[in-house]
Design a protein around this ligand. Structure first.
Ligand code: AMP
Length: 299
């Protein structure tokens, strides 16, 4: 039985960082998110790829027990081309070729409609809304997005925010979406729209959690070996939701733990290009770094 539903993109990514370049590597928000969630849960994925999508990538996802019944195959795969300069906290987009994503309509297979934990990973907010509309009262819904959709589909995005439990976004996106340079003000704007929690990711500097009366700050992991941060936000979100679905405890205290698990998986993800690191990662590596996070936090 699947316990986390992830909708987002499955992509071919061309990425350049100061440490190298990959072309048409497996990527996409739903790919990273479901890979990360699969350490804690059994995810079902809703997305679209093209006829050009390599079979070996499908196999890789199947091997991680990610259910692909909600993956459509139409036309040509979504292709994102991005680069990073020495400030690896900010991805710069060179090209976004929506391809099959342009006419994609999310269809949730009947057997996934009762899944209680939903991650609306970064994709067209119209399809995030459509997915939610088809679900039978999930217990917990987390939403992620990015500047592309804030620029192009803000009205739909605001509608989705009003329907979710947790809004997840990075600091630049929070400032842009809520039109303020102050992150506390941005978080309060989101809380006033009805979300129970806002998580603001600050790249290598960690993540902030805002709830109505509390505030938590998770540190960044001091990574010495960083090659490619692509997918860190998505793997953070996937591990966060996966851990919560495993523990079934939505208290603020447990949200904090889920954020640290999210940070652990995301920090591992940055150690190699594309999915290369997550492919090798083991639960014992995750637990080891989780303990290091506890030490970093102690004072
Ligand atoms: P992040 O976690 O923010 O680094 O996400 C990186 C992933 O987002 C890449 O693998 C891209 O394929 C994917 N991506 C890039 N642009 C978009 C977009 N406009 N909508 C959805 N996914 C995207």
């Amino acid at each position: 039985m699947n316990d986390v539903l992830v909708i987002g993109t499955v992509a071919l990514d061309t990425i350049e960082t100061p440490f190298g370049k990959v072309e048409k590597a497996l990527g996409g928000s739903a790919t990273y998110a479901s890979f990360a969630a699969s350490f804690f849960a059994t995810p079902a994925l809703i997305s679209v790829v093209g006829n050009d999508f390599p079979k070996e990538y499908i196999e890789l996802m199947r091997k991680r027990s990610i259910s692909l019944d909600g993956l459509k195959i139409i036309g040509k795969t979504f292709h994102w081309e991005g680069f990073y300069e020495y400030d690896m906290n900010e991805a710069k987009t060179r090209k976004t070729e929506l391809n099959s994503l342009e006419h994609f309509k999310a269809d949730v297979p009947e057997k996934f409609k009762g899944i209680k934990y939903v991650f609306l990973a970064n994709i067209d907010p119209e399809q995030q809304l459509e997915t939610l509309r088809q679900m039978n009262k999930p217990d917990f819904v987390v939403l992620d997005t990015m500047n592309f959709w804030i620029n192009n589909k803000k009205k739909y995005l605001i509608n989705v925010i009003k329907k979710v439990d947790v809004l997840l976004l990075n600091d630049g996106e929070a400032r842009q979406l809520f039109n303020t340079i102050n992150l506390v003000k941005a978080a309060n704007s989101a809380l006033s729209m009805g979300v129970k929690a806002v998580i603001i990711k600050k790249g290598e500097h960690g993540a902030l959690l805002f709830t109505k009366n509390k505030h938590f700050s998770a540190p960044g992991y001091p990574l010495e070996n960083i090659k490619d941060p692509t997918g860190c936000g998505d793997s953070f979100g996937g591990a966060f939701v996966g851990y919560l679905s495993k523990t079934k405890d939505l208290s603020e205290k447990n949200l904090r733990k889920a954020i640290v698990y999210g940070s652990v998986v995301a920090s591992h993800n940055a150690e190699d290009f594309g999915l290369n690191r997550l492919k090798q990662l083991k639960m014992k590596d995750i637990e080891k770094r989780y303990k290091e996070f506890q030490d970093i936090r102690e004072f």
